[in-house]
Ligand binder design. Structure first.
Ligand code: SF4
Length: 377
């Protein structure tokens, strides 16, 4: 495509412009995002759209949109006319997010669990912390014993749960890292489960005794479900992915949780080529007393430590709003992906949900198809 912009002004990047768009007075809530989204689809990855605008709010809103959409905002130049600020020019580099999932055909050959999209606002994820006793090969959160804990405070979690419940939220999922490494997990769970039922994801390896056992026993069985990871019937695949000796400890954790009266859901994660190595999981889970509807098999997501797996993009997975101590994200498996960060703070929740709803609306209007549910629970 030709360089339609001619010579760049002072402060502008020296990259060719593939397409220009004059947004006039439109703001991001009145059609500008849709207009830009449709024009970004007309240029190739690595090409630049030059946006002209007279609307000051675009300077605040456009960076968040670009980040969400996987594009890079290269520069903003004020073409001050002497009568006030603006108009402005914004250089937007098209990113790689429109490629779609890479392993969907492989995944389709394995019987991964499926599900229906949850309407935005009905399901919310909280990362209680990011450090973990394990460092699994496919960990989407890049957790390990050395990871920065990034603890979510009990107050933030309680506020999030309260705001979520006020907006009609129905399902709160708490994950990490290993949540039982959060020193105040008992308060964390009590203050959130008071507003909405909670599912707590754990590797079940550290709550057998001591203070963590006390925290586990303090949970309300009617408000808290435990989701425990078990990747194979025998130890080979599970221990290869999650560390030597982790399989037997996960089995013991499942047994203990059930003995204490918890509803236990079991989640299994593997690449398509490892499906056979999972062995007779159905038999093992039946032996452990896990009913069919509490068993979940999911693919590895290509995030965090995982070099292979399902690519997670705005266009490939349904949103599942996710809060961490320091931000908000499109989906819980994408909290290491800056292109899928929704906000720089977890609260207020209505702002996070509104941004996600806006993007969903833009994508629907632009005719996005083929997005799938990536089940984590
Ligand atoms: S996958 Fe779960 S158990 Fe494994 S390192 Fe990540 S957070 Fe820890």
């Amino acid at each position: 495509m030709p360089d339609l912009a001619g010579s760049p002004p002072a402060g502008a990047p020296t990259v060719p412009v593939a397409l220009e768009y004059h947004g006039g007075d439109m703001d991001c809530g009145s059609g500008l995002l849709l207009a830009i989204t449709s024009r970004m689809r007309r240029i190739d990855e690595g090409q630049v759209l030059l946006l002209h605008t007279r609307e000051h709010s675009v300077l605040a809103d456009l960076p968040a949109w670009a980040r969400l959409a996987g594009h890079d905002l290269l520069a903003v130049v004020d073409d001050a006319t002497g009568t006030g600020p603006g108009p402005w020019r914004l250089w937007i580099l098209r990113g790689r997010n429109h490629a779609g999932p890479t392993n969907r055909s492989d995944a389709a050959e394995v019987e991964y669990s499926s599900g229906e999209p949850a309407p935005v606002g009905t399901r919310l994820w909280l990362y209680s912390n990011f450090h973990c006793n394990l460092a699994c090969t496919y960990c989407c959160a890049a957790s390990s014993p050395q990871a920065d804990p990034r603890l979510m405070s009990v107050e933030t979690a309680a506020s999030a749960a309260e705001q979520f419940a006020e907006q009609g939220g129905r399902e709160l999922l708490i994950t990490g890292g290993e949540p039982f490494l959060h020193p105040e997990l008992d308060e964390f769970i009590a203050r959130t489960a008071a507003h909405v039922p909670v599912t707590l994801l754990t590797n079940a390896m550290v709550f057998g005794r001591g203070r963590r056992r006390e925290m586990l026993e303090s949970f309300d069985r009617d408000r808290v479900t435990l989701q425990i990871s078990l990747d194979s019937a025998g130890p080979a695949l599970h221990d290869r992915q999650r560390g030597a000796g982790s399989h037997v400890r996960a089995i013991n954790g499942i047994r203990l949780a059930r003995e204490l009266g918890f509803r236990v859901r079991v989640a299994t994660t593997y690449l398509p080529e490892d499906a056979a190595a999972a062995g007779d999981l159905r038999g093992t889970l039946a032996h452990l007393g896990i009913p069919e509807n509490d068993r979940l098999v999911r693919p590895v997501a290509q995030e965090g430590y995982a070099a292979d797996g399902v690519e997670i993009t705005l266009d490939s997975v349904e949103p599942e709003p996710t809060l961490t101590a320091d931000g908000a994200w499109w989906h819980p498996v994408a909290v290491t992906n800056r292109h899928l960060q929704v906000a720089d703070a977890p609260l207020p929740l209505d702002h996070v949900l509104d941004v996600i709803r806006d993007v969903v609306a833009i994508q629907a209007s632009a005719g996005t198809q083929g997005r799938s549910v990536f089940r984590c629970t």
